[in-house]
Design a binder for this molecule. Sequence first.
Ligand SMILES: Cc1cc2nc3c(=O)[nH]c(=O)nc-3n(C[C@H](O)[C@H](O)[C@H](O)COP(=O)(O)O)c2cc1C
Length: 420
Amino acid sequence: MSVQGIPRMYPGPVFGRADTLSYAGWEAAQTLSVEDGLEWVERAGLQGRGGAGFPTAKKLRLAAEAPATRKYIVINGAEDEPGSGKDHALLEQCPGLVVEGALIASLLVGAQEVIFYLSELYPSSSARVREAAAAGDIPCAAWSATHDSTSQSTELRIAGAPSTYISGEDTAALALLSGGRALPTERPPYPVTEGLMRRPTAVLNVETAATLAVIFREGPAWYCDLGTSSSPGTLLCTLGDELERPGVYEVEFGRSIREMLFSCGGQLRSGQAIRAVLPGGPSSGFLTADELDAPLDHASVRGLGSALGCAVFGVIGEDECVLERLLDICEFFAQEQCGQCPPCRMETNMLAKLVGQIRGGAPSILIDKLSEVVEFANGQGGICSLIGMPRLPVSSAVQKFRPDLEHHALHGACAPSHAR
Ligand SMILES: Cc1cc2nc3c(=O)[nH]c(=O)nc-3n(C[C@H](O)[C@H](O)[C@H](O)COP(=O)(O)O)c2cc1C
């Protein structure tokens, strides 16, 4: 089912129809002016797939307009989000699309170098990128922070991304590629104006780049026929081993979440009914079973107090306690915060400690304290956005699954019906 632990990908209309080692999209992009090319991306409504959903056209335009003679594209394949497998699956199964999308981005921005920042856990990804580059006769070598190319034709470079969560954050990635440690840096300056080697740099997620290639192969109108008007196209959703058919599924935006989960992933292996779903990994909010008829799109999921993030779906059965899941999440953020910003360090550690106390039995006023901590921090006060990441899981657990927390506070254990 997988290569080196990379989940199998089930492609749909975007990634399924592509001949992955043709460069038709890149050729199409070369026939357009930069302005027309940027307009295609805008018309396609592409939003970044690295988690924040930033409009890709806006990012590319800002980097294109930044005055500099040398610019960079960085393709972010760090993929340290727990449970996520879509970027690795794409690199494994469609490396040509990723390379082609990166080349198109370089054309639109006026960048001479494209750096593939690839998780060190999956060495086969860099081999796939090299093969795809060779198929297009494009030079591809290892990245070195001391190398400063003067070439005017596009060159590809490959760099390893450490397996810490923070190293996928874009400024941390750029700090590492510049020869420093993988730690986030203050913005401004933003990478699009002053990124790698203090030159304009557009950082794009692997899936964003691959989608860009298909938009240029097929045209923005074709892409917009898929999905919904506010979220055109498709999304790669990672479904985990708790379901009968785990894997990475390409799904059109707009389908019901419930229908997507059942038709792609099947039932929970435990045979239990679904109690809750985290649709976007640990930084998303819990959805209740009743909320699963919502359409899979950014605005609808946000309206339910959650987020699609990079679409790693965690499915929680009727026999599971939400507090236990919340504790895992809070401990994860406390462990993965980089330690640079006192408010983030304090908030994440305090949340892990509070949830741990509630788990073992504590005055129920501590449950309200959880909400106070996330509201007080309000996602502000950190160099990067990690400080805001516990907000949705904590507030949704308190709001929608308070009885699980209350039971733990009172009895120091899960309610018998959720004690798996
Ligand atoms: C703590 C943290 C970890 C992140 N990890 C990743 C990652 O592994 N891969 C990724 O593409 N983006 C990651 N991001 C988001 C990047 O900072 C950046 O927004 C993204 O690569 C931009 O690509 P996009 O516009 O195509 O989404 C992370 C952000 C944060 C705050």
